[in-house]
Ligand binder design. Sequence first.
Ligand code: ADP
Length: 345
Amino acid sequence: MITTTGLTKVYRSRGRETAALDGVDLHVREGEVYGVVGRSGAGKSTLIRCVNLLERPTSGTVQVAGEDLTSLPGSALRAARSRIGMVFQHFNLLSSRTVQDNVELPLEILGVSGKERSRKALELLDLVGLSDKGKAYPAQLSGGQKQRVGIARALAGDPKVLLSDEATSALDPETTRSILQLLRDLNEQLGLTVLLITHEMDVVKAICDSAALMKDGRIVESGKVTDLLATPGSELAHELFPVGGRPSGEDSTVVDLTFHGEAATEPVISQLSRTYNIDISVLGAALETIAGRQVGRMRIELPGRFEDNVVPIGFLREKGLQVDVAPVGKPADSNNDSLVKEAVK
Ligand code: ADP
């Protein structure tokens, strides 16, 4: 549904150049909720603004729903852009207009008749749970309600794609949850593809099917969240789902296990202990629901160095667990030791 190829954006101001995007290839499938995360300055806003060409990329292409936006002339681009909804962190509502008039605004610009505009706006306000607020003004609404209006307005052109620029960053945790739930419901009910940018890992955990991590204008990791969680060395997995626990000694091997759904690690751990006659310590464990699916992680400590544990680690993998080995004293995701990676493949 959304593909960017070799996207770059260089800002030039006062003789200085900043490469905000440095060759971004993004692939968002139809019907998925896709989150782009990264620290401030990573290039997230620039990326999302390039997807609907609010910002023109310096080079590269952007395709949305099979159309190459970068090659469209002005009028065709405006039409294509009206089919891409966008919601903003600070809602961007017009304070002098009622809620209903705010939702009607994009339809007005498209030249839709007054009667049809009104019908559509009321339908959308109902969809976002604000059917009784049409005549209110933005100043009379809570933050969450304002964002609901922003979402209704973004849906006015019947978009296939909704872009969300930190839509929940200005909201409290409870309101954030309800707005994320609304986005997920719209994704499911309308088959809407959602591309969101956020600096909050909890947003990714709550609703994203796929995610990408941006650093210095590049995507350094991307994929389905459940696949990332099962990828040894994944930085996103570690950020999303840290399992704490420090090893008790220098001479031990720390192993992170990831399992999905109903798989239980306990029998496997006790089998491992019996088979190889080793004492295993559980350093930490967590079970969470990510994008509606259960994912568990457990950090265990095996006595002896990595070389002594190649066979037990192989046993864990044979049992179908995802295994990620950390050198002692370092988190599993900072591991670059090719020996370790090779052995756990
Ligand atoms: P993020 O959304 O991840 O915080 P941005 O896309 O806003 O990152 O910014 C990426 C980089 O581009 C930063 O170094 C930022 O200072 C720079 N940048 C963003 N917008 C502009 C602009 N209009 N002019 C110059 N530099 C910009």
